[in-house]
Ligand binder design. Structure first.
Ligand SMILES: *Cc1c(COP(=O)(O)O)cnc(C)c1O
Length: 396
């Protein structure tokens, strides 16, 4: 058995097989005590003295280094803060300033809508002929040209799990003179990432999915070390200033990755994330990837054998798939509600995708077989065909 399995380190609800860690990771056991201690000993007793005395001000860079370790980023090149949508805007705004003579941002139609919405918002604000261009994911590499200021892509498609070739696309983008930004929302904690080796200029991602930081956990941003002291932060908040407590009237960017900070960091949420990140310290990402692929292969094999009503929507080849498997089914929403009601939690993405995430830190082969049994029961006995499963909730 692989040593990436640490089921005991998590609180997993009784009677549930959790295949949705790609959307919101479960609660690591140590979080409650750490957060409670932070509240009682730090906020409760130190009050404002906690910023210095409990090291709150250093948390964004310190935890950034913990995240950096599993995405191939050197110490001092990652910092935490804000939400991923904000980090998309921040990275893009800096990227277009690096290529002032160019006007086009390239992305793909498989990207998560928020990334595209933030890019649209930015080009609207910049005006001056800026535009966002999107092409099909398969066409991205061939579409990159010398009009592109920046290429913004999410490595793993949130809907299908299809995976881009980070190294190859980065090379192509840079050969055309574009700045490459990778969104690692579905990569960080899911598969090995070699940011420094890829040479990309920037990367961003969230920590509540595979990293188990909890709902609302802060996002991260990486800047390639040689660019850190020249990159211009458009979100020029006071905590990215070189000397925030000089209260200087003019903005002067801080040194290194600190300049990508914006405002007051979420200290309670960072306390939870710090505990969650400690679980990664002895994880070998190659081992984790191998374990994830084994679970996915087993799942695909058993679902196709036992629930033939479902059609695989993810790439069949493991190497070009992230850590999730999606199936298409006409009544996918109702079917997923029925599956959840019977103890297997996955999620649904419009229009007809049933999505399942694989997280070898707390799932094993027996869980996969038990989950497929439930899915097959729902499909073969049409348990989904019930009015109570057909009304859509706000969050799907
Ligand atoms: C999950 C996800 C987001 C969500 O952004 P938030 O600001 O954290 O809500 C954005 N982009 C991608 C690619 C995602 O997968």
């Amino acid at each position: 058995m692989s040593n990436v399995l640490k089921k005991d380190a998590f609180i997993l609800p009784e009677g549930v097989i959790y295949l949705d860690g790609n959307s919101l990771g479960p609660l690591p056991k140590g979080v409650a005590a750490r957060v409670q201690k932070m509240l009682s000993d730090e906020w409760g007793q130190m009050v404002i003295r906690g910023w210095n005395g409990a090291g709150w001000m250093d948390q964004p860079a310190k935890i950034g280094d913990q995240v950096g370790r599993i995405i191939g980023a050197p110490t001092g090149s990652v910092v935490m803060g804000d939400t991923l949508s904000i980090k998309v805007f921040q990275a893009l705004a800096s990227a277009v300033k690096m290529r002032p003579e160019r006007r086009v941002i390239l992305s793909d139609t498989g990207n998560f809508p928020s990334d595209l919405y933030m890019a649209e918002g930015l080009v609207g604000l910049l005006a001056q002929g800026y535009e966002l261009q999107t092409v099909a994911p398969e066409e991205v590499a061939g579409a990159i040209n010398e009009t592109h200021a920046a290429v913004l892509l999410t490595e793993v498609d949130y809907r299908t799990g299809r995976r881009h070739d980070v190294a190859a696309i980065t090379k192509t983008a840079q050969a055309q003179g574009a700045v490459m930004i990778w969104d690692l929302a579905h990569s960080a904690g899911a598969l090995p990432v070699d940011l420094l080796g890829s040479g990309c200029e920037m990367a961003i991602g969230c920590t509540y999915k595979y990293l188990n930081g909890g709902p609302g956990a802060p996002a991260f941003i990486y800047v390639r070390p040689d660019l850190m002291d020249s990159i211009e932060p458009a979100l020029s908040g006071w905590l990215g200033h070189r000397q925030p407590f000089d209260f200087d009237l003019n903005y002067q960017p801080g040194l290194g990755i600190e300049r990508m900070r914006v405002g007051t960091p979420p200290i309670i949420q960072l306390a939870a994330l710090e505990v969650a990140m400690e679980l990664w310290e002895d994880i070998d990402m190659n081992e984790l990837r191998a374990a994830s692929l084994a679970l996915q292969e087993q799942f695909i094999f058993e679902v196709e054998r036992d629930a033939p009503q479902l059609t695989l929507a993810s790439p069949r080849e493991g190497a070009i798939r992230g850590s999730q498997v999606s199936f298409q089914f006409e009544h996918g929403y109702a079917a997923m509600q029925a599956v959840i009601d019977h103890g297997v939690i996955g999620d649904f993405r419009a229009p007809d995708i049933m999505r399942f995430g694989f997280t070898p830190m707390y799932l094993d082969a027996a869980d996969i077989s038990a989950a497929v049994k439930v899915i097959a029961d729902v499909m073969n006995n049409r348990l989904w065909d019930n009015d109570k499963y057909k009304t859509r909730s706000k969050v799907t």
